[in-house]
Design a protein around this ligand. Structure first.
Ligand code: SF4
Length: 254
């Protein structure tokens, strides 16, 4: 991502002035919708696990308007920024569709906090993965139960690990197909689509957040930093996944 200009402390996305969908992006949109339709035709019950990030705005729009038979859910870990929850409510109003939310098990959260402290995830990689396991992976497993395939918004340029992702991949971790229809989209493509379609998005993006997860584990990134640099920034870069997607270093969970 090229350096983004800042105006009075507000980051302006490089693509924010571009609102026209050119033929190259139109082709990517067509390919994305075709893959989503193909996944339904081939696998039957398909679900999109929305992160509510910028990519999720594109996929939610394409699914709701083009392939509505794909279900959508999100996970409220209990540590999400208020901006993310407000965005979810706006999406439901825009698309006139309930977007189910899955929550972690209350007893498991109480045990986690009792054992590690309220912010114990800063203490070690093991504690952080333990928190992600309890707050994200366990509800995720419940949410995808009964589906044959799940859709993700990962893109090749987001990290070295994600650069190896395939559009359709069998996911042995969950025993179902993993569909990634945005792999070839650039950050500019995402923001051009958001502007062109006048989609809602998380206002934290305008404050420099490239990738948004839980509030205590996300921060704004500096110009030139990688897309994922603001997630779990205190860790080495090759561990920065929550466990839903593969990472280089062995995971303590999942
Ligand atoms: Fe816990 Fe942070 Fe993972 Fe959220 S991102 S589940 S707060 S470790």
């Amino acid at each position: 991502m090229s350096a983004a200009p800042r105006i009075a402390g507000v980051m302006v996305h490089p693509a924010s002035q571009q609102t026209n969908i050119d033929s190259a992006l139109a082709s990517k949109i067509e390919t994305t919708v075709a893959l989503l339709r193909r996944s339904v035709a081939e696998f039957g019950r398909v679900v999109y696990a929305s992160s509510l990030g910028a990519e999720a705005m594109v996929l939610t729009d394409l699914i709701c308007t083009q392939v509505p038979e794909i279900d959508i859910f999100s996970i409220d870990t209990g540590r999400l920024p208020e901006e993310t929850l407000a965005l979810l409510e706006r999406l439901e109003r825009r698309y006139q569709r309930r977007l189910p939310v899955y929550y972690p098990d209350a007893g498991a959260i109480e045990r986690l906090v009792r054992d590690h402290g309220i912010n114990g995830f800063y203490g070690s990689l093991e504690a952080r993965l333990n928190c992600c396991q309890t707050r994200k992976l366990e509800p995720f497993r419940r949410a995808i139960s009964g589906y044959q395939a799940w859709v993700t918004g990962v893109r090749h340029e987001q990290s070295d690990v994600r650069a190896r992702a395939q559009p359709i991949d069998h996911d042995p971790q969950y025993g179902l197909e993993k569909i990634s229809p945005l792999l070839d989209w650039t950050d500019g493509d995402i923001w051009t689509y958001i502007r062109a379609q006048q989609l809602y998005y998380n206002p934290l993006h305008d404050r420099g957040y490239s990738s948004i997860g839980c509030a205590p584990c996300s921060r704004a990134t500096a110009p030139g930093e990688s897309q994922r640099a603001g997630r779990w920034w205190w860790e080495q870069s090759d561990s920065r996944e929550c466990g839903l997607h593969p990472r280089k270093r062995p995971a303590a969970v999942g």
